[in-house]
Design a protein around this ligand. Structure first.
Ligand code: MG
Length: 127
C-alpha cells in the first residue's frame, strides 16, 4: 500500500462521525477532517482538499445534495460518496446525477463502508 487516502467525513450526528472514524481506523482511509452540515462540508472541502468525501444527505441547514453541487462546481474531480437513509432515494438519484460517485446505505456497517470506499477509491482515485 502506498500513501493513505485523505477522507472528509460529513454527518450532522457526532456519534455517526465517531462510528465512521472508528470503522476506518487502521485502514488506508485517514479521516483528516469532519463537518456537521453542508456549509461546513463545502468550507472543509476547500480547506482540506480530501481525496474522498463521505457526505450525509439529511442534515439541518444546507443538505448533502446542495453541498455536493457546490463542491462539484468547485472541483469537478471531487470524489464523493453519499450516505443515504430511508426515504432519501430521490436525493440519492439527484446526487448521482450531480456527480456523486457512489452511495452507502445507513445504518453504516464497517464491512460495507470499507468495501464501498475501496471500490470508489480504486475506480476514481489515481495514486
Ligand atoms: Mg443526518
Amino acid at each position: 500500500m502506498s500513501k493513505k487516502y485523505k477522507v472528509l467525513v460529513v454527518d450532522d450526528s457526532a456519534a455517526m462521525r465517531m462510528l465512521i472514524k472508528a470503522s476506518l481506523q487502521g485502514s488506508e482511509f485517514d479521516v483528516v477532517a469532519e463537518a456537521k452540515d453542508g456549509q461546513e462540508a463545502v468550507q472543509s472541502f476547500k480547506a482540506n482538499a480530501p481525496d474522498l468525501m463521505l457526505l450525509d444527505i439529511v442534515m439541518p441547514g444546507m443538505s448533502g445534495v446542495e453541498a455536493l453541487k457546490q463542491i462539484m462546481a468547485f472541483n469537478k474531480n471531487a470524489v464523493v460518496v453519499m450516505a443515504s437513509s430511508m426515504g432519501t432515494e430521490d436525493a440519492v438519484q439527484d446526487a448521482l446525477k450531480a456527480g456523486a460517485k457512489n452511495f452507502l446505505q445507513k445504518p453504516i456497517e464497517q464491512e460495507a463502508l470499507l468495501k464501498i470506499l475501496r471500490n470508489t477509491a480504486n475506480t476514481f482515485i489515481r495514486k
